[in-house]
Design a binder for this molecule. Sequence first.
Ligand code: KG4
Ligand code: ZN
Length: 347
Amino acid sequence: MRVLGIETSCDETAAAVVDGDRRIHAERILSQLDEHRPYGGIVPEIAARSHLDHLDGLIAETMEAAGADFADLDGVAATAGPGLIGGVMVGLMTGKAIAAVHDLPFVAVNHLEGHALSVRLTGEVPFPYLLLLVSGGHCQFVVVDGIGRYRRLGTTIDDAAGEAFDKVAKMAGLGYPGGPVVEAAAVGGDPARFELPRPMAGRPGCDLSFSGLKTAVHHVLATLPAGPLSDRDRADLSASFQAAVADSLAGRARNAIAEFRRLAPAGETLVVAGGVAANLHLRGRFQALADEYGLRLVVPPPALCTDNAAMIAWAGIERLRAGFSDGFDAPARPRWPLEEVLAAAAE
Ligand code: KG4
Ligand code: ZN
C-alpha cells in the first residue's frame, strides 16, 4: 500500500509518499515561518495564499523524489480539518483532484488523528494507548482504542500549551515560534528562580489550562528592568516557564492515567504527540512519569511531532486498511473534534 499525504491545515505546506511497511519514500515540508514572523503569529489569509502558491510544485517534487507516478499510488490522503479553513480547502481540493483524475481512493484525514496515529508510523504501538496530544492548536488527553475510536478525557479550557509557549515568547521578545526559542533559551537557566503557578494542580479531572500561567509570566516581566531581557533573566524565565508547563501537564497526566486504567485496563502505553512533544524537558518529565506507573512511553521523533504530511499519509493508510474511504463531497472543517471522526466516516 502506497499513499500520498497532503497537509495544509496550518502554516506548513507538506506532502509525503508513505508505504504500508512504514517507509517514508519522500517527504517535503515548506514552512511559512518567515512569511508570518513579522506578525508574531499566523495570519490565515497569508497562509492560504502561500499553500495555493506552493502545493502543486511541492507535490510534484515529492513524487519525483519518491520515484513514483500517481498511477503507482493506492490512495490519496489530505487533511480535511480541523484548521485554518482557507488552507484546509487548498489541500483538500488538490487531494481530491489527484484522486479523481487517477481514479484512486481518497481519504479525508482529521489532522488530530494524524497526530494520534503518528507513533504507529515509527514502530509497533498496539491499541489501546493513552495519548497526550499537545500542539499549538490543541491540548488534550485521549484514549485511543483503535482507528476512528477515540475517547477524550480532558482538554484545555483556554490556551493550548504550544500557544502558551508562543505567547510567552512574544511577550518576552524571544521570537517566533515560541516552543523552540524558549527551549533553546532555557538551557542553563534556573527553573526555580521565578515562582510560577502550576495551573489546575490538585483539581479532579483531566482538563488543562494555560492562560493563568501566561498572565503570571506577564507579571514577572513587569518586575524586570524595561527593555530587552538580560541573558540571565531570559534563561531563568524560559526555564521557569518550561518547567511550569511540564509540571502542569505531568500533574494532570496522573489523573488521565487513572482514568485510562479504569477505561482501558489492557493498555500499557503512554504516547505524547504534537509539536510541543518535541520539547526535551517535557519528554524527560513524561519518561519519569511512565516509569513510575510501569507504562511504556512512546514519543515520535521531533520531525514527526510538528506538522508534517507523512503522518497524514499514514493515517490514510490506516483508514484504508480499516475499510474507510471518503467521497469527493467530504467537507473542509474548521472544527472537527477527534471523537466525531468515526461518525463522519459512517455518514
Ligand atoms: O503540531 P504543530 O506543528 O502544529 C499544530 O497542530 O498546532 O505544533 C506547533 C506548536 C507551536 O505552538 C510551537 O511553539 C510548539 O508546537 N513547539 C514546541 C517545540 N517545538 C514546537 N513547544 C515546546 N518545545 C518545543 N521544542
Ligand atoms: Zn498539528
